[in-house]
Design a protein around this ligand. Structure first.
Ligand code: SF4
Length: 644
């Protein structure tokens, strides 16, 4: 078997097969640590700064060790990138015979049965949808995977997809006439047979909770499970270990129940009336809460006149429809599926109304047309931990942002893995030469000052002039983002791109191709954005990204920590903000030739004791408070271009 040193050496397998590959000591060390964790079926939490090359650092030892490996990524885009680009490159370099499969959630695959029904029953509601349905049909006839990501000319969020894909509730499983050709089942069979399976975190948790995504079948044979972008896991775990019920979901259930009744033949005025009653109860629940968008803690929601009554009426309507549907479930598959949906909605509503407030947080999220009711567990660590106990295997968690300084306590507590080995590798980039941290002078001492955003823009303006645009301005609130837009519109000579005026990928593509644009964004752009080279040379961050303490889940978690005599600021709020800030800052320097300025405007970085701790957690860029130094930095950077 090849040794890691050989594979990563300047004359080794990777250098021979991958153009531009360079040996990095951090990468080799990380690969060695991962190999040891695999051999000892250990739990390793590994933070690898930008540019370490962590993907190869885990793929190489995992492939060399053999056995079944599952790699989980944070998003479907990263999943595709890993499967289409990195994994084939490493397999080729190692001349590995390991087979690989990509597995996504069932909603990503065309459902042949539902597609045919939508076509024959005229499911399209417009000419546009009819065209989309035709394209999906043609795609399904030729695709080997049925993966929607491969059909670019039907938008990902087109409503027609709901009719051409399946859910756990409406899939007919083995009684489906298309079972043999089913894309979902094929992807699962491939995953079962493959040595390396690439999944995503949502799929992992959806399966843990619902046992419906095919991971449970994969796990027994798996001896290495690697989570990349692992910093997202606690949040994703909380999402899936909780429950959500939306008024929209109930309205859809009522509509589908009526539709299934009609297509099953034989009118049932009584059932129809129950469906109508449920529909009305769901709409009344939404109306009771007034204007959205809004997030309400459960006691706040219960204090709103009409909401408790609307909740009781909804439960009663759901119970009655559930019972009526259960009695009709044998008449058709569709009615059976509606009965199951009603049953599970009733169970969620009951959990919401009766849950133990010490373990769960209940809250409501009000949108323009609908309301979502949530039960979120206070502690996801214990629930995650249980998944790890069934079978000995290596668990590897990696990301560029897991630690605050050298302290991994926040992450390991959140995930329930206090015994994990924790290791960090700094980025190999020369941050002290490649980047400045600019802490501007003269901003209001209180970041909540109404004039704060105006002051941020005033301070950023000369920096944008010096850099020639090429900047991300990241704001912690949408209000600040809008104000910044007002202030900059018409005032700068560079193209201004604003979050909300296009999809994230469209805006990023324009940002890259324009080369001198200024992009205004909020949380949406803090993560997972990779713009290499000169197009991004400045990242401005207005305030420290502390989550708003009135967020119902955060507020409940703060209360729980206080009640346990612990310090919520140090244990929860500060680490969360630091990790988020590291993500935002990480957008700036993406390779060893990148140069740039990170402008942090929050005066608390200098006025509060925790500020020093935050600054120490960031990559070691050269700090400055001097605008002239920033201007000189770009002056130097631009000279070669100007003279050449
Ligand atoms: S088995 Fe389920 S997902 Fe597959 S084609 Fe049939 S209904 Fe669709």
């Amino acid at each position: 078997m090849k040794s890691l040193e050989q594979v990563f050496s300047p004359e080794g397998a990777l250098a021979g097969a991958i153009p531009g590959y360079r040996r990095r000591a951090e990468q080799v060390e990380m690969a060695q640590a991962i190999r040891e964790a695999i051999e000892s079926t250990g739990v390793l939490v590994a933070e690898a700064g930008t540019g370490t090359g962590k993907t190869f650092a885990y793929l190489v030892p995992a492939l060399l060790a053999g056995g079944k490996v599952i790699v989980s990524t944070g998003t479907k885009t990263l999943q595709d990138q890993l499967f289409d680009r990195d994994l084939p490159a490493v397999r080729h370099a190692l001349a590995s015979g390991a087979s690989a499969a990509l597995l996504k959630g069932r909603a990503n695959y065309v459902c042949l049965y539902r597609l045919r029904r939508a076509v024959t029953e005229g499911g399209a509601t417009s000419r546009e949808e009819a065209g989309q349905l035709q394209r999906i049909e043609r795609f399904a006839a030729t695709s080997t995977t049925g993966d929607r990501a491969d059909l670019a000319d039907v938008p990902e969020d087109a409503p027609i997809w709901a009719q051409a894909t399946s859910t756990r509730d409406n899939c007919l499983g083995q009684s489906c006439p298309d079972y043999g050709d089913c894309f979902v089942m094929r992807a699962r069979r491939n995953a079962l047979a493959a040595d390396v399976v690439v999944i995503n975190h949502h799929l992992f948790f959806a399966d843990v909770v619902l046992r419906d995504e095919g991971i449970a079948e994969l796990l027994p044979a798996c001896n290495t499970l690697i989570f990349d972008e692992a910093h997202q896991l606690p949040e994703t775990a909380r999402l899936f270990f909780g429950d959500t019920l939306s008024s929209h979901q109930i309205v859809e259930l009522a509509r589908d129940a009526r539709g299934e009744l009609r297509s099953a033949g034989g009118a049932s005025p009584e059932l129809e009336a129950l469906a109508n009653r449920l529909d009305k109860a769901a709409r009344d629940l939404r109306l009771a809460l007034g204007d959205g968008p809004l997030r309400l803690a459960w006691p706040q929601a219960l204090g709103i006149a009409g909401f408790p009554e609307a909740l009781i009426k909804l439960r009663s309507a759901l119970k009655m429809l559930d019972a009526a549907l259960a009695a009709q479930a044998e008449r058709s598959e569709g009615l059976g599926a509606c009965a199951r949906r009603a049953g599970s909605a009733f169970a969620v509503l009951t959990r919401l109304m009766e849950t133990d407030a010490r373990e769960d947080v209940r809250w409501a999220e009000v949108f323009g047309q609908s309301v979502q009711l949530h039960v979120t567990p206070l502690h996801s660590g214990e629930l995650f931990r249980r998944q790890m106990d069934d079978h000995p295997r290596a668990w590897i968690f990696t990301s560029a942002t897991l630690a605050v300084g050298d302290d991994f306590g926040h992450f390991t507590r959140e995930l329930g893995v206090p015994e994990a080995q924790t290791l960090r590798w700094e980025s190999p980039f020369q941050f002290a030469d490649q980047a400045l941290i600019y802490l501007p002078k003269g901003l209001p001492p209180d970041p909540n000052d109404p004039a704060f955003t105006d002051a941020v823009i005033e301070a950023a303006f000369p920096v944008l002039e010096a850099s020639g645009g090429r900047a991300f301005l990241l704001f912690t609130t949408l209000r600040a983002l809008r104000r910044a837009h007002e202030l900059l519109r018409g005032r700068i000579e560079y193209p201004l791109l604003v979050q909300g005026t296009g999809s994230r990928s469209e805006l990023l593509a324009r940002f890259r191709s324009l080369g001198n644009a200024v992009l205004l964004g909020s949380a949406y752009f803090w993560e997972g954005v990779d713009v290499r080279g000169e197009a991004l040379s400045v990242v401005v961050i207005d305030k420290l990204p502390f989550a708003p303490p009135d967020d119902p889940v955060l507020a409940a978690r703060i209360d729980a920590l206080k009640a346990a005599g612990r310090n919520p600021f140090n244990e929860l709020q500060l680490p969360q903000a630091v990790l988020q800030l590291k993500q935002g800052a990480g957008r700036l320097i993406r390779d060893e030739r990148d140069r740039g300025v990170l402008m942090l405007c929050d005066p608390r970085l200098l006025s509060r004791a925790y500020g020093a701790r935050i600054l120490k957690s960031l990559p070691p860029m050269k700090p400055t408070r001097d605008l002239a130094e920033v201007q000189a930095f770009f002056g130097r950077a631009r000279l070669p271009c100007e003279s050449g």
